[in-house]
Design a protein around this ligand. Structure first.
Ligand code: DX5
Ligand code: ZN
Length: 218
């Protein structure tokens, strides 16, 4: 599967998200971190900002919902224009029902796991999904250090996904950079979120292409 890069706008200039999107034309997606100050100790953007960004960005939006009650809120992000909506399984009451609803509305459905959440209990649900997101930091903030302890889970998830006929993407998010993207790709990840690595770079779009190149080496 081709390597995809999804820059996280959490590390971009929130006063000018249109310019942030325009600064990474090579990006496959734009990753939007939605936080509610309940599921995580931070508060970011919600449906209205996603709706506005969807109108001006050329890339599809990859919304990562770090919120309580995604069963209620996630469908609204599809209505707002997101191409992919990822909910945290730790917060979700009915992941199969929600994934089916997101897909029926026309979006890709993703399921995210925090570092201490195992993939194995969800093995039978995977065919309901378009993507699994393995967090490689505790969700809540950009700029944190990549947690190597998550690599074995990436490998185990990739092995589970390989047993399915459907092309279910494996995304990693948190501290991803040119230092570790090759190890993530070797473990089986194919979609890479990078916030500070991309928007902290002097030329963000060059970094997007550099990361994609490194991710494809393995
Ligand atoms: C963390 C977010 C990540 C974060 C990535 O809770 O889900 O998407 O913004 O930023 P970096 O790449 O700086 O860790
Ligand atoms: Zn994220």
């Amino acid at each position: 599967m081709a390597i995809q890069i999804s820059p996280s706008i959490l590390s971009a200039d929130f006063a000018n998200l249109e310019a942030a999107a325009a600064s990474v034309p090579s990006a496959d997606w734009l990753h939007v971190d939605v936080m509610d100050n309940h599921f995580v100790p931070n508060l970011t953007v919600g449906v209205p900002v996603v709706e506005a960004l969807a109108k001006v960005a050329t890339q599809p939006l990859d919304c990562h919902l770090m919120i309580e009650d995604p069963d209620r809120w996630a469908p609204l992000f599809v209505d707002a224009g997101a191409g992919s909506v990822t909910f945290h399984v730790e917060a979700c009451a009915a992941p199969v029902r929600l994934a089916r609803e997101l897909r029926s509305l026309g979006a890709r459905a993703g399921m995210a796991l925090k570092p201490a959440t195992a993939i194995e209990p969800y093995a039978d649900l995977l065919e309901e999904l378009d993507m699994v997101l393995i967090m490689t930091v505790e969700p809540g903030f950009g700029g944190q250090e990549f947690l190597d302890v998550c690599l074995p889970k990436i490998e185990r998830t990739a092995a589970l996904l390989a047993g399915h006929e459907a092309d279910i993407w494996l995304q990693v998010d948190g501290g991803v950079s040119s230092e570790n993207i090759e190890r993530c790709a070797a473990a089986g990840a194919t979609v890479f979120v990078a916030g500070s690595a991309v928007f902290g770079a002097e030329r963000p779009d060059d970094m997007v292409r550099h990361l994609r190149h490194l991710g494809a080496l393995t």
